[in-house]
Design a protein around this ligand. Structure first.
Ligand SMILES: [Zn+2]
Length: 124
């Protein structure tokens, strides 16, 4: 495990809006740091913790976890048909996940990785 390489991978994935990959590597680096591993070299500790915090912030509200998952629909598009669990949605970069109580055919709604990327690009 080379935390510096891992961190650079996280930054690259983040820059490319590859949320699933950024999250995967952020979890690896977090586990490494928590087990007493040294920090990536050449970066400020605060910047590293900040980046990890942003990537790993909760993707869904607590209420979404209590609701049995059937399927999910994006706020903005028809993405979500291939998602089979909340874990999969989170791993693939879905955020703002909520239980859906008004649409009869869906148990959850959220923002899919594609629409999230579009929002991020608009803000840059
Ligand atoms: Zn979408």
């Amino acid at each position: 495990m080379d935390p510096t390489t891992c961190y650079i991978t996280i930054l690259e994935a983040n820059r490319e809006y590859d949320y699933g990959r950024a999250r995967e590597y952020a979890l690896i680096l977090k586990a490494w740091l928590e087990s007493g591993g040294f920090y990536p070299k050449g970066f400020e500790v605060n910047a590293i913790l900040d980046t990890l915090g942003r990537i790993l912030r909760p993707a869904c509200r607590p209420a979404a976890l209590r609701f049995p998952f059937v399927n999910i629909q994006c706020f903005h598009c028809d993405a979500g048909k291939d998602i089979e669990s909340l874990e999969q949605a989170i791993d693939e970069g879905w955020i703002k996940i909520d239980p859906e109580t008004e649409l009869p055919n869906f148990s959850h709604i959220g923002l899919c990785p594609e629409c999230r990327r579009r929002e991020d690009e608009d803000h840059n």
